[in-house]
Ligand binder design. Structure first.
Ligand SMILES: [Zn+2]
Ligand SMILES: [Zn+2]
Length: 258
């Protein structure tokens, strides 16, 4: 499985930088997990291949580019853009984003080939298929309805925590899978902002190190993501100081394979 954290910040010459302000992971060039930077950071080839987007929760850093992406592709889509999300999240997207005020209700619109956007509700069991992938969605502990994901291509299994604080069901699901190749987990705030992390339900390096004790797999690559850009250097130093084996910070733009 090939995974890329799409860049979301660029220098004056247009080169991607390491700061992550928006969240969007691309799996095997065709399935997106969240859509923060999807309209600004895909190659043309990737842009033509993505037809499935899993939205973990409706916070702006995870959906900012979703309306723009569909808008860009509107005349050329020969199949609808499928947005996979829990029913609660679909209702929030319809109420707060695709409401004809913030942006058009694309789920009601058609181009010359048919509907341009289709919601695919994640079933209550949390298990569903997307393209060639099997996915299990598990509610995590954030301030809006949010799911973490366990994604499998039949050979590799990769878990995405999405945005969360201390949680349990997610660990149960990933610990029960036989093999876990990689865990992409959030580390949003530096330890100095533990209070802010607590009220907004995110991790700091310190709370993450406690939480990682719940992981029973050995040898899994652990990649920290969602580091608040303003505090990136501090968070990186604090994560490195933990000396947790196989823990590193995921680089936007880099292609990771498992
Ligand atoms: Zn969030
Ligand atoms: Zn976020």
């Amino acid at each position: 499985m090939k995974i890329q954290l799409l860049p979301s910040t660029f220098d004056a010459q247009g080169h991607a930088t390491l700061e992550q302000r928006l969240t969007c992971f691309l799996i095997d060039d065709c399935v997106a997990v969240d859509a923060g930077s999807i309209a600004i950071a895909l190659t043309e080839d990737q842009r033509s291949k993505v037809h499935d987007i899993i939205i973990t929760h409706p916070h702006m850093d995870h959906i900012a580019c979703l309306p723009i992406f569909i808008d860009d592709l509107y005349p050329t889509l020969r199949q609808p853009m499928r947005v996979h999300a829990t029913q609660e999240v679909i209702e929030l997207l319809e109420r707060d984003v695709f409401n004809w005020n913030v942006y058009p209700r694309f789920s009601d619109l058609k181009n010359d080939y048919g509907p341009v956007m289709e919601y695919v509700p994640i079933p209550p069991s949390g298990e569903f298929s997307v393209a060639h992938l099997k996915v299990v969605a598990v509610p995590v502990n954030h301030i809006v309805p949010t799911v973490g994901l366990l994604v499998s291509d039949g050979k590799s299994n990769v878990a995405f925590s999405s945005d969360t604080a201390e949680t349990d069901a997610f660990w149960k699901v990933i610990n029960e899978t036989k093999q876990l190749d990689a865990l992409l987990i959030e580390a949003s705030f530096p330890d100095e902002l533990a209070n802010l992390a607590e009220v907004s339900r995110h991790f700091t390096p310190s709370s993450l190190s406690k939480e990682l004790k719940k992981l029973t797999h050995n040898g899994t690559d652990i990649l920290a993501v969602h580091l608040k850009a303003t505090h990136r250097d501090t968070i990186v130093d604090q994560l490195n100081a933990l000396k947790i084996p196989k823990l590193s910070v995921m680089n936007p733009g880099e292609i990771y394979s498992w």
